[in-house]
Structure formats: structure tokens, C-alpha cells
Design a protein around this ligand. Structure first.
Ligand code: IDP
Ligand code: MG
Length: 138
């Protein structure tokens, strides 16, 4: 079986705060391989594809607006169980309660904008990873 891959995004808050390097350092220290990496200014259509599963939820429109607020760094990663492993590095969705030691737990909190500014995205299944890698690395 080929090594698993996942799609990671450093979201606009992570890029704007100069945390891209710190986040990539954690990924590399964990031993995952960066297969490809791009700085991207996604448009609304691109983000609608990426977040299709959340369309209609109360946080959907604010999430898209937040994701349009600045460039993101898209990273294609490979490694055994990298999908699960990166989500473990990232921590819980809500950065306020994400464990210290995780990316969201160490660098994130609620800034009064609910939980949307949580620094990173990571695919949640092999199917999502394949779909999302296709969206960001065509
Ligand atoms: P995940 O990024 O941990 O997989 P998802 O449930 O897939 O979390 O949600 C996608 C993104 O939408 C989150 O990372 C966060 O930025 C945002 N989000 C999720 N739930 C809320 C919410 O209740 N309020 C505001 N933003 C949210
Ligand atoms: Mg998700």
C-alpha cells in the first residue's frame, strides 16, 4: 500500500501571524514528508469546493470570509497514518480548549470571532484527503 497523504492548510491567521515556519517545523519534527507546498490566494469558488461539506451551517459564511482574508499555505504531506497524526498535532477544532502542546492549543484562542481562527486545516479521512489534494494541487 502506498504511504498515506493528507492536505494541510496554514489558514490566513497562521500566515498573517508569521507562524507558518513554526507550524512546518512541528510537522517536520514529527517526521512527515512535505511532498508539495504553495502560497495561495484562494477565491470564493475554490473555498466553496474545499468546504462543501459545511455549506448551510451557521459558521459557513463567516468561515469563507475569514479564509478569504489573506493568503494560505497549502501543504501536501505524506507518512504512515499522517491524516490521523496531523490532526493530533493540530488539536481540537476549538483552540480555546485544544490541549497545550498542539498547534491550536499553543498558538490559538478565541479572539471574539468564535472558533474559526484556528490556524490550520487537516483532512479528516483518506477520501477527503484525495478530494482536497485535487482542489489545492491540480
Ligand atoms: P476541523 O477543522 O477541526 O476539521 P470542522 O468541523 O471541519 O473542523 O470545521 C471546519 C472549520 O470551520 C474549523 O476548522 C473552524 O475554522 C470552523 N468552525 C467549525 N465550527 C465552528 C463554529 O462553531 N463556529 C465558527 N467556526 C467554526
Ligand atoms: Mg474538518
Amino acid at each position: 500500500m502506498p504511504t498515506e497523504e493528507t492536505l494541510v492548510l496554514v489558514k490566513p491567521d497562521g500566515v498573517a501571524r508569521g507562524l507558518t515556519g513554526a507550524i512546518l517545523a512541528r510537522i517536520e519534527a514529527k517526521g512527515y514528508t512535505i511532498v508539495d507546498l504553495r502560497l495561495i490566494h484562494p477565491d470564493r469558488k475554490h473555498l466553496a469546493q474545499h468546504y462543501a461539506e459545511h455549506e448551510g451551517k451557521p459558521f459557513y459564511e463567516p468561515l469563507i470570509d475569514f479564509m478569504l482574508s489573506g493568503p494560505v499555505v497549502a501543504v501536501r504531506l505524506s507518512g504512515e497514518r499522517v491524516i490521523e497524526g496531523f490532526r493530533s498535532l493540530a488539536g481540537k477544532t476549538d483552540p480555546t480548549v485544544s490541549a497545550p502542546g498542539t498547534i491550536r492549543g499553543d498558538y490559538g484562542r478565541d479572539w471574539g470571532t468564535s472558533v474559526q481562527q484556528n490556524l490550520v486545516h487537516g483532512s479528516d479521512s483518506p477520501e477527503s484527503a484525495a478530494r482536497e489534494i485535487g482542489i489545492w494541487f491540480d
